[in-house]
Design a protein around this ligand. Structure first.
Ligand code: CMP
Length: 861
């Protein structure tokens, strides 16, 4: 058997396709459509020596018996030598042996001989029946000397000597032979007693133990027995359509996968083949019989779908070389699919999951994205770096690189596989957009792919797909070149400002890893240096450079880069951390400090009470216009965030060496709006103006909600609920009850209880475009991350990846339509826009509370 795989033609890591080698060991392939076994025929190619001898002994005694029923008879004018009716053979056997009590037992014993070809119906049309059908021994069919005449005394002696043993062995085999005979009959020919016999046997099969009695009864009538005489027979090929499910009753089979050879051997009692049936996918492996005379029970697809599909066991574990490589679980399917369940991946090795995708999830479905494929594309960076993925894809695509001669079957398989790799590429780009093109290895691969597709006439239909991907890549590269050298400045407060961008719409500027950013780094005495570095620069490099410029004269091992927040809190950066400046909190500042002197770091005066910012009389601004511009501004920030940034943020960007600048900026914005509300209110000494402002902010929240900017809506309502604002009793007393009621409704919507149920229900009904409450999405990511291990027993916990991908898909959904808000009548457009893009904000709660006390001192009782 091994020869089949070692001699096979396809190598190059893709290798063994099961091919015929020498005639003797040639694997023979069954026809694709399930065949119908004939219980009148033997199940072995030749009788076993033991059965032959038993047959010989019985025949010898029969022939020697004077009253022998074994006679030459004329049937339809044709002479048939030494045949006997079934009834008489049964009579003879019952009389011969005291161990045979019933006619059914005797019939089973004759059937045991028939199924090995020792005995046969004269026309090969009937299994053994206790009826007047005529049967004869094989030896008499063949004629020859052994068949002729009365047996010699010496033969008779030998037969008599052997007969006890033979009868006892046949007696043992009878019931199984009967059962196999029933299971080879068409369903409608099985009698109720026969079905009962089968049912009693099914109770003992482990692979069926999870099924109810009524299902086992149904199965009794549709199970088909299959016997295969030759080791090396291919039951089905990888890539074939799934037609049946099998249980191995006797023998063993090899599970063979292209490029891997035999990955597992299944033994008696194991089952296989339901993956393709349940998922309506091609076969994931080739099944080759490892031994001669294997016995299988088979359920064909139509019956499987009707009886088993929805009650199949929950978990399916695929093994390779004794280890689990893919664990699948039955889950409810979406509406519109013709069964309620299908298998989805729970965990697996990265390579097996990719193989599963390419083998079974691509190629058939047109249009929509398979959910497993989408999850994989969104999260693979966690468990399979891009370079490795590209490598594996290239291997799959070039599987035929060293092949000279290929059979048409090989070629078809290879072409199909290439098509799937191309489809994978297309879906990849569709799922992660420009992130795919940011990796040079991906671009090289796409170019290789394009050249090969062009040169291969079999891939003609794929050229348009590849051209489309190439065009997207060229567009991305053009955009990159235009924006090369993009430069940002981190102002003392507010968002990073883009100083230079080649982008025609500078508002929609994505911060890229190699963009420069200008920022300050302070030291303990509050002197600072200004640095300019690419976003992806590590904390270590910034630290070294700042120390040098500030002349700290200490080695890098003695120094740390640290953020000092406006409340004096310090947070130290890891040396390998990136996108440092954008990751600072609202009024946070970067410091470089001697490790042992961290305690000496104090915040700057300007951090507590920022002075910069646009001064404007909020009273005169239209609230709707404010909400409108806030929404436009935040839409652009939201638009720039890539779904991957959520993964970098959750797992720690230092693990990936990737920046999270766009997400950082969007999150900062949330705090900025929230603290802007508080800052404005506590710095307004006039009670009537404060009352006016509270009303304005409640209206602002209402407009943000109307514009579906839930991020700003939360920020405004949370700002109004801040302790420093909610304690302003005199102010709230003067708010009309109508406004107070609306505000209460808003507070109910942001209520975090039951995992933000109120908000989730509300947002669940909205259609895009919308700006979601980002901190909740990050909380969901963190929850999925902290509550679930990434690796389970050496396999990727794909359930976790699925949970994370769901959150990432939410972002995709929110942006699936572009924002097309009707502008409110523009009065002071430019002024509002510059105001809302850089609020003057105090984010130190202690300072805010003190200011609140100042404008409304606590009433003495
Ligand atoms: P199916 O894809 O229907 O047909 C091939 C079968 O091989 C598959 O279902 C599984 O039941 C079985 N199998 C067992 N081990 C593996 C494995 N490691 N990879 C793929 N299939 C396997």
């Amino acid at each position: 058997m091994n020869d089949i795989f070692t001699n096979c033609k396809l190598k190059n890591g893709f290798g063994p396709s099961v091919q015929a080698t020498a005639a003797a060991t040639s694997p023979t392939k069954r026809p694709l459509s399930p065949d119908h076994p004939n219980p009148a025929l033997p199940i072995t190619e030749t009788p076993s020596p033991a059965m032959n001898r038993m047959g010989w002994a019985l025949r010898t005694l029969l022939v020697a018996d004077n009253s022998s029923c074994l006679k030459d008879r004329k049937v339809s004018g044709k002479l048939i030598r030494k045949c006997a009716p079934g009834t008489e053979l049964v009579d003879w056997l019952v009389n011969l042996s005291p161990i045979v009590h019933t006619r059914a037992q005797a019939a089973g014993m004759w059937q045991a001989l028939l199924e090995e070809g020792v005995l046969a119906h004269v026309n090969k049309e009937q299994p053994f029946k206790d009826k007047c059908f005529l049967y004869r021994f094989r030896i008499d069919e063949e004629g020859g000397t052994a068949a002729a005449g009365v047996p010699q005394a010496e033969d008779l002696g030998a037969a008599n000597e052997h007969i006890r043993e033979a009868l006892s062995a046949l007696f043992q085999r009878g019931p199984d032979a009967t059962l196999r005979m029933i299971l080879r009959k068409p369903s409608h020919e099985r009698t109720s007693e026969e079905l009962e016999l089968v049912f009693e046997e099914l109770v003992h099969i482990a692979a069926l133990s999870h099924l109810s009695t009524s299902i086992k009864r149904e199965l009794s009538s549709i199970f088909v027995f299959e016997a295969h005489a030759q080791a090396g027979t291919i039951l089905f090929n990888q890539g074939d359509e799934g037609r049946s499910w099998y249980i191995l009753l006797k023998g063993s089979v090899d599970v063979v996968i292209h490029g891997k050879g035999t990955v597992a051997t299944l033994k008696t009692g194991d089952d296989f083949g339901k993956l393709a049936l349940i998922n309506d996918a091609p076969r994931a492996a080739t099944i080759v019989l490892k031994e001669n005379n294997c016995h299988l029970l088979r359920v064909d697809k139509e019956h499987f779908n009707r009886i088993l599909r929805d009650v199949e066991a929950n978990t399916l574990r695929l093994q390779e070389h004794g280890k689990d490589v893919l664990v699948l679980e039955r889950v409810a399917k979406q509406r519109g699919q013709h069964s309620a369940f299908k298998y989805t991946v729970m965990s697996g090795t990265p390579a097996k999951m990719l193989e599963h995708l390419l083998e079974t999830r691509l190629g058939q479905s047109v249009g929509g994205m398979d959910p497993f494929l989408d999850d994989f594309l969104l999260t693979h960076i966690v468990f399979m770096p891009v370079v490795q993925l590209v490598d594996e894809l290239a291997n799959y695509f070039h599987c035929d690189a060293h092949e000279d001669a290929q059979t048409p079957e090989d070629r078809e398989y290879i072409i199909n596989f290439k098509k799937r790799v191309i489809q994978f590429m297309q879906k990849w780009v569709m799922a992660v957009r420009h992130a795919a093109f940011e990796e040079p290895s991906v671009c090289d691969f796409i170019e290789d792919l394009a050249a090969e597709v062009e040169a291969d006439p079999d891939l003609n239909e794929e050229t348009s797909i590849v051209h489309n991907v190439l065009t997207q890549m060229a567009r991305y590269q053009e955009d990159r070149n235009q924006n090369a050298g993009q430069k940002w400045k981190l102002p003392p407060n507010g968002q990073p400002i883009c100083l230079f961008s080649g982008n025609a719409t500078p508002s929609k500027t994505v911060i890229r890893p190699d963009d420069d950013i200008i920022f300050r780094v302070y030291c303990a005495d509050h002197t600072y240096c200004t640095l300019r570095f690419p976003m992806h620069t590590t904390a270590e490099l910034i630290k070294a450079c700042a120390a040098d410029k500030l002349q700290l004269n200490r080695g890098p091992e003695d120094l740390v880069l640290v953020e000092v927040k406006s409340n004096g809190e310090r947070s130290v950066f890891k040396d390998n951390d990136v996108s440092i400046p954008t990751g600072l909190s609202l009024n946070g500042r970067l410091f470089v400090s001697v490790k042992d002197h961290l305690d000496a770091l104090t915040q700057l005066q300007e951090q507590e009470c920022p002075t910069e910012g646009v001064d404007i009389d909020l009273e005169i601004l239209s609230t709707k216009e404010l909400a409108y511009h806030i929404t436009l501004f935040e839409w652009d920030l939201f638009w720039a965030v890539h779904e991957y940034e959520l993964l970098y943020h959750t797992f720690g960007r230092h693990h990936f060496g990737k920046i999270t600048a766009n997400l950082d900026v969007f999150l900062r914005r949330f705090n900025e709006v929230q603290y802007w509300i508080v800052t404005e209110l506590v710095s307004t000494p006039s009670l009537s103006k404060r009352v006016g402002l509270v009303r304005k902010f409640i209206k602002l929240a209402a407009y943000c909600k109307e514009y579906q900017n839930l991020n700003a809506f939360f920020a405004v309502v949370m700002g109004l609920s801040n302790m420093a604002v909610s304690r302003l009793q005199q102010t709230w007393e003067k708010i009309p009850s109508k406004f107070r009621k609306i505000f209460q409704e808003f507070e109910a919507l942001i209520d975090p209880s039951r995992n933000h149920r109120a908000y989730r229900v509300f947002v669940g009904k909205l259609q895009p475009p919308l700006i979601p409450f980002m901190p909740l999405l990050l909380k969901d990511m963190t929850f999925a991350h902290e509550g679930n291990k990434t690796s389970l027993d050496g396999l990727v916990n794909f359930e976790k990846m699925h949970m994370m991908a769901q959150t990432m898909r939410t972002i995709r959904f929110c942006r699936s339509r572009s924002l097309g808000l009707e502008p409110p009548s523009p009065k002071s457009e430019g002024e509002v826009r510059s105001y809302i893009s850089s609020f003057r904000v105090i984010d130190n709660q202690r300072v805010l509370t003190a200011m609140s006390q100042k404008v409304e001192p606590t009433r003495k009782l």
